[in-house]
Design a protein around this ligand. Structure first.
Ligand code: DOR
Length: 424
């Protein structure tokens, strides 16, 4: 159906608001907005289009607050058109693309270009909310022009891909960003602790003979950011948390009321460094996969809300870039299309919607569908039983760099609407 019309989706599975468990629900959409969601049958207006949900599960569209869409500059890995196609299929109605493009998104021209590419290739969404660079060229030397980035449409700033080594610069970035209403997303990594690292520092790195980065390489900057957030009383959002110590520090900070929020990715709650098969570069990512104890702590952090949200850190790389010796391979996994299948066994549907949508919208000040009357009709249907293989045929991203390549996953998005418009 197109917006401006009435549409009823019949029989979509959803937890009842009164806590009585999963029930088929009917959803009425008017003019691209939610008019009513209720268990059982609702009266469809005579001029409404009706579609049967076939008992599939109804979710509000997800928001990915951390992805690399590679345009401009690295379109052979991904571009905005293919990245948003992958997002659509993965259930994401909005994506925050990081600034490590070429040129770096450190000026209005790049932010505007990204928004234009999104509008041109995906006029009905998913929506793009660019993340501007924190420092010029991501070099960590001088602040990027944040007012200009905000005016062009950036919603946050980040040095993602590289930690900010200079605490004074980071402090000024927090102050400057706050004046423009931009959230700071910090990639926490001390480059001196382990320059040239290839994987987590542990028995596994010793066995593999690869240079390791200890979890504390992340945690020291997490601690710095928390102390600055307390001192300045300004918010900071911590990117892709991977280590137990980081989780403990964030727990401590939240207990003191310090305005810190945090994210992690599916791989940090599912994979550890011990299962690293034969120098397989598909497992190389930044931050690195850590120990089983770290994985348990990060998962526990998501369960108890210390880690607020999940993000994909979708980081596409071409096959020829990963098919090289381990120490030459770039870091990163694709994640937009595997995120939900990987996390649905870990959390109940209400928690999934919170960590992939509701809380994300709250942190970044974005609109999201809470299925209240007037909310944007952004939703998808998910078939939890559908088994599919991660391969070229099924993946819309240009790249296939994921540890799950060739594996069967269970659960897939089967239909997706934004503002009441059916994307597929
Ligand atoms: O694994 C990663 N890849 N982590 C990052 O922080 C950057 C990303 C990329 O851009 O490839």
């Amino acid at each position: 159906m197109n917006s401006g019309k009435k549409f009823v989706l019949r029989g979509a599975l959803r937890q009842a608001a009164d806590g009585s468990g999963d029930k088929p629900h009917d959803l009425l959409i008017v003019d691209g907005k939610v008019a009513r969601l209720a268990p059982g049958a609702i009266d469809a207006p005579s001029d409404a289009t009706v579609e049967d949900a076939g008992g599939k599960r109804l979710f509000a569209s997800f928001i990915d607050a951390h992805a690399h869409l590679r345009e401009p500059g690295h379109e052979y890995k991904e571009d905005i058109a293919s990245g948003l196609a992958a997002a659509t299929r993965g259930g994401f109605g909005a994506v925050l693309p990081m600034a490590n493009t070429n040129p770096v998104n450190d000026c209005a021209a790049v932010t505007r270009f990204m928004l234009e590419q999104a509008a041109k290739t995906h006029p009905h969404g998913p929506r793009l909310y660019p993340v501007g660079a924190l420092s010029v060229g991501l070099a960590g030397k001088e602040l990027a022009p944040m007012g200009e980035l905000a005016a062009a449409g950036a919603v946050a700033i980040s040095n993602d891909g590289r930690g900010v080594q200079n605490a004074e610069l980071f402090r000024r970035a927090m102050e400057y960003a706050a004046t423009w209403g931009l959230k700071i997303i910090d990639h926490c990594e001390d480059e001196k602790i382990a320059s040239g690292w290839q994987m987590n520092e542990s028995g596994a790195s010793a066995d593999a003979g690869l240079k390791g980065q200890p979890g504390v390489g992340e945690a020291v900057q997490v601690a710095r950011d928390i102390l600055l957030a307390e001192y300045l009383n300004l918010p900071v959002h911590l990117a892709h948390i991977s280590s137990r110590q980081s989780v403990e520090l964030i727990r401590w900070a939240k207990g003191r009321g310090i305005p810190v929020t945090a994210e992690t990715c599916p791989h940090y709650v599912l994979l550890d460094d011990a299962g690293f098969p034969d120098y397989n570069t598909a497992f190389k990512v930044s931050p690195p996969l850590r120990t089983a104890a770290d994985v348990r702590a990060v998962l526990e952090g998501v369960r108890d809300g210390v880690i607020d949200i999940m993000v994909t850190d979708h980081a596409p790389h071409a096959a020829h870039e990963k098919e090289v010796p381990f120490d030459e391979a770039p870091k990163g996994f694709i994640g937009l299309e595997t995120a939900l299948a990987l996390t649905c066994p870990l959390f109940d549907p209400a928690k999934l919607e919170q960590i992939w949508s509701r809380k994300t919208a709250e942190i970044f000040g974005l609109r999201a569908n809470g299925f209240a009357p007037g909310d944007p009709a952004d939703f998808f249907l998910f078939d939890p039983a559908l088994v599919w293989e991660v391969n070229r045929e099924n993946i819309y991203s240009k790249s296939l760099n994921t540890p799950w390549l060739g594996q069967k996953l269970q659960g897939r998005v089967v239909a997706h609407w934004l503002n009441g418009f059916k994307l597929f």
